[in-house]
Design a protein around this ligand. Structure first.
Ligand code: ASP
Ligand code: MG
Length: 418
């Protein structure tokens, strides 16, 4: 069997969903189709949530807009009202009822309860439409099958429980095709969780791992994985094949093609991942696999924006080693902060982090009794894998470099934003 994943951009309207149905119709294998929320629905639901949390009645209008958007997609696909429309109405009613309640729990918990609806709606509509063409299509609620801990907004998969449920519920003797939600899961006690923004790729990889899929195809609005973001460097070129290691390094450095967590579950079962264009489905795309054949080594440019560079110094001028290092990293872990770059010297350590202000402030606050912290805001991290002298010049020209780090394969710069 194979796992296909369609992102929000590929299912943003009726014609996108028809295109997807066409792609799926050409496949005779057993298939799991993982779908994201339509278009920018996740962002819209985040706005609904923010308004509701701050007791702004405007959340109702924002939610109505989301409802109308889903109606308009359905109008493009179905004639007249039917069970799909009823299911969507019921599901919106359930969310409205939930929000009508006066109580509000922790932000991350509420986030998952509200924002997860995007994937529920998209899959109800997509599965309903596919079923009209391919009756062997089923819909699965992944919230009761992909079981996670209760770290809301960044939930961790409970592998053995999930695997036994997933293997039971995706029964290809009942349906040949299953449509299910990316990005979301649920705790053993039935509370909805999410896996982190853009997490649907990760869901596809998890399901593929558990079901021992032959391959995963991620359908995107780009021709494959490119050696740079074409909005930044317009002459970006497609990479034919890359290794799992290369893919992990690229996503870790900030390449946005696939979610960084996607690779590990595939690597562990040696399942290839194919990134293909849903605009041009006959294009070759990029294959990520173990024994990738590199026909030509070209520099890969990666840019991670909205970073903050922090220098941390023990106040008593002690070395940044053993104890101090352990404590500093403990604080990163406690606040759920991902460190993108570390440069240690004798009495200070520089770290480059995503500038998530509330987390960073909490971190600095925890450090301040024993360490002083100096920071540079509005910086970005530029990385080049397989760099050449020309490629270095190309991206550093005219930039103020605050930090540079080089290994044989990769160079990273922290530069001031322009
Ligand atoms: N809909 C979610 C998001 O936009 C998950 C995904 O698209 O992968 O973050
Ligand atoms: Mg999305």
């Amino acid at each position: 069997m194979k796992v296909y994943k369609f992102g929000g951009a590929s299912v943003k309207d009726g014609s996108g969903i028809r295109n997807m149905a066409k792609i799926v119709s050409g496949v005779s294998d057993d298939l799991v189709i993982v779908v994201s929320a339509f278009g920018k629905t996740t962002n819209s639901l985040e706005r609904v949530l923010k308004a509701w949390i701050s007791r702004d009645k405007g959340y109702l209008n924002l939610l109505d807009e989301v409802y109308l958007y889903h109606q308009s997609v359905m109008n493009e696909l179905f004639s007249g009202k039917g069970t799909v429309a009823d299911n969507i109405d019921n599901s919106f009613a359930r969310l409205r009822e939930y929000l009508y309640d006066g109580s509000r729990r922790a932000y991350d918990f509420e986030y998952d309860q509200v924002v997860s609806y995007g994937e529920v709606w998209s899959t109800i509509i997509v599965a309903g439409f596919l079923k009209t063409l391919l009756p062997e299509t089923g819909w699965i609620d992944i919230r009761t099958n992909l079981i996670t801990d209760d770290r809301f907004r960044d939930a961790n998969i409970l592998w053995s429980e999930s695997s036994s449920r997933v293997n039971k519920v995706f029964d290809f003797s009942v349906n040949r095709i299953y449509v299910t939600q990316g990005f979301i899961g649920g705790t053993v006690s039935g509370q909805t969780t999410t896996l982190g923004r853009e997490g649907s790729d990760y869901t596809a990889a998890i399901i593929a791992n558990m079901l021992d899929a032959e391959s995963v195809v991620v359908w995107k609005d780009v021709p494959g994985i490119l050696n740079a973001d074409p909005k930044w460097l317009p002459d970006a070129r497609r990479l034919d094949e890359i290794s799992y290691k290369e893919a992990v390094e690229m996503t870790f450095s900030g390449a946005k093609v696939i979610h960084p967590k996607t690779i590990k579950p595939l690597h562990n079962k040696n399942i290839p991942l194919h990134v293909r264009s849903f605009i041009n489905p006959s294009g070759e795309g990029t294959i990520i696999k173990a024994d990738a054949a590199i026909r030509e080594i070209m520099p890969v440019f990666i840019r991670k924006e909205e970073q903050i560079l922090i220098s941390i110094l023990p106040k008593d001028f002690s070395f940044v080693m053993g104890d101090n290092l352990g404590r500093i990293f403990h604080f990163f872990m406690v606040h759920g902060i991902k460190v993108n770059l570390v440069e240690a010297s004798a009495v200070s350590i520089d770290v480059c982090l995503d500038d998530e202000r509330t987390k960073v402030d909490a971190l600095i606050n925890d450090l301040k009794s024993d360490f002083s912290a100096v920071y540079n805001e509005k910086v970005e991290m530029l990385s080049i894998r397989h760099y050449t002298p020309e490629s270095l010049d190309r991206i550093t020209k005219g930039r103020e470099i605050l930090l540079e780090q080089r290994t044989r394969s990769t160079v990273r710069y922290v530069v001031r934003q322009v």
